[in-house]
Ligand binder design. Structure first.
Ligand SMILES: Cc1cc2nc3c(=O)[nH]c(=O)nc-3n(C[C@H](O)[C@H](O)[C@H](O)COP(=O)(O)O)c2cc1C
Length: 185
C-alpha cells in the first residue's frame, strides 16, 4: 500500500491504473463499482454494476445493461451519474461525477457478439426488471439483442481520497485538463 501521496499527477495516474484493472481482473474491487443515478422522484438510486471498459485518454467508462431497466428510464430523464469505487487494500476511494449516453442497436452489435450466450440472458428478462411478480421465479430470461445497451459514462470530475499515514484528497476535473488540486480530506 502507498504510504501517502504528495504529487497530483502521480495520484491521478494511480487512480486510473486501479480503475482500468477492473476491466481485466475479475477479482479487482474496480470490477464492481456502484453506479448512482437520480430517480424520477429526485431520490438517489444506487446499484452494483460490472465495469466493462475504462479509457483514460478519452476519460470514459462503460457499463452494460438492459434497456428496459429502471436506470435507463432515469438516465433518459437525467443523464447525470455518479460512480463509486473503494479499494480496501489500497485504502483508496474514488468518486466520479459524469454525464451518460446510451448506445443501442448497430452501435453495440460488436460488443453483443463478444458476449457468451450464457451471459446474454441478462438482457431481455420478462417481465421487465423491477416488475412485481407472483412468486420468486415467476420470470423468464430470454436473450434479446434489442434489450442490450451500453451506458457510456463521460467523466467530468474524479475525487480521490487516500487514507494513508496522513490522509490526502484530490479533485481532478476535465475543465482543468485533469491537472488536479488538493482538497482538505
Ligand atoms: C455483482 C453484481 C453485478 C451486477 N452487474 C450489473 C451490470 O453490469 N449491469 C446491470 O444492469 N445490472 C447489474 N447488476 C444488477 C444491478 O445491481 C441492479 O439490481 C439491476 O441492474 C436493476 O437496477 P435498476 O432497477 O436500478 O435499473 C449487478 C448486480 C450485482 C450484485
Amino acid at each position: 500500500m502507498r504510504k501517502e501521496f504528495d504529487d497530483l499527477k502521480e495520484m491521478h495516474e494511480y487512480a486510473w491504473r486501479l480503475i482500468v484493472r477492473g476491466t481485466v481482473d475479475k477479482k479487482s474491487p474496480a470490477r464492481h463499482p456502484t453506479l448512482g443515478t437520480i430517480g424520477i422522484s429526485g431520490m438517489p438510486e444506487l446499484r452494483t454494476v460490472v465495469l466493462r471498459a475504462a479509457n483514460q485518454n478519452e476519460s470514459y467508462l462503460e457499463v452494460h445493461t438492459d434497456v428496459a431497466s429502471k436506470k435507463i428510464e432515469q438516465l433518459k430523464w437525467n443523464p447525470n451519474v455518479g460512480i463509486h469505487f473503494w479499494f480496501p487494500s489500497k485504502k483508496l476511494q474514488i468518486r466520479i461525477k459524469a454525464t451518460s449516453e446510451i448506445k443501442i442497436g448497430n452501435l453495440v452489435k460488436k460488443e453483443w457478439e463478444k458476449i457468451p450466450n450464457i451471459s446474454r440472458i441478462s438482457y431481455g428478462t420478462l417481465p421487465t426488471p423491477g416488475t412485481k411478480i407472483q412468486s420468486s421465479f415467476a420470470y423468464e430470461k430470454p436473450a434479446n439483442f434489442e434489450r442490450f445497451c451500453i451506458i457510456k459514462i463521460n467523466i467530468n470530475e474524479i475525487d480521490v481520497t487516500h487514507l494513508g499515514a496522513r490522509h490526502t484528497r484530490a479533485l481532478f476535473a476535465k475543465n482543468t485538463q485533469w491537472c488536479g488540486c488538493w482538497l482538505a480530506p
